[in-house]
Design a protein around this ligand. Sequence first.
Ligand code: SF4
Length: 315
Amino acid sequence: MKIAVSACLLGEKVRFDAGHKHDHFITDELGKFASFVTFCPEHLAFGTPRPTVRLVNVEGNTRVHSNKTGDDLTNTLIHTSRDELSKLENEPLCGIIFKSKSPSCGMNSAKMYLTNGMSDGKEDGVFMAMCRERYPLLPMEEEGRLQDAWLRENFVMQLFAFDKFEQFKVSQPNLGDLVRFHTVHKFLLQSKDEKLYRELGNIVGNRESLSFEVLLAMYELGFKTAIGRKSSIKKTRNVLDHLAGFFKKELTKSEKETLREQIDDFANKLTPLIVPLSTIHLYAKKYDTRYLLDQTFLNPYPKTLALRSHIDGGK
Ligand code: SF4
């Protein structure tokens, strides 16, 4: 899996002061499962070290001004941002991680100023805005937001699901494969967006006998949109209730009660998601419930990332 990352987050000394903002979750955890492509439009434009720049709202247009001289540097930064974007376009990306608050890389977190120096809210950085337009369905986050356990879990799940779909696409699938793909993603999709899950089911049903190419393109759009939605405790709880329902006949009364308590404790933020999920996993193995064991919701990404072990992982 390939992820594009702001170079300074990988420890490259490309910030205005020749420093970096090494993010160890990205390099040490995600790095076990992904390779990185880096970008730094400001280093390319102005070298390192360099005077800082800011975004300025000039009559409704976003401009880039030097903090030192006030010079308008917009065109230079746009030029190198386009170069960096062209570099990314040659890569089979599964996601992008941006440095927060930067006038180039910030994701709705770059400060905008008025020409009189007053603050004018927050916007996408110049390069980030280009990426957002170019890749509307690609998983994207900024490192600041990834400190939040819930956003981090959602993003990592999205990355791995996106990668799965890309692998599926190049495997020359047929309609039967698409039905299977949809089936194993049932609970993951439901934990994101129940309505979209049903719409995807209708696409796979192909009542209008569309060609497989058209069907796959429609499915891709819906699937990538759905995995970009955030899960919630309520939606996850619904999924857990469904999963627990698979063992209605097998479990004793007290086993059912214990599982119910674990689900309640998760919904009340007393225990992390991993607790009821481990129990469900155990029963799925014990009773060889293949349908559940195949569900990506049970293993959406490598378990060593341990993102479901935090109480804050649900909202
Ligand atoms: S935030 Fe973006 S532009 Fe700034 S140093 Fe990092 S990679 Fe370069």
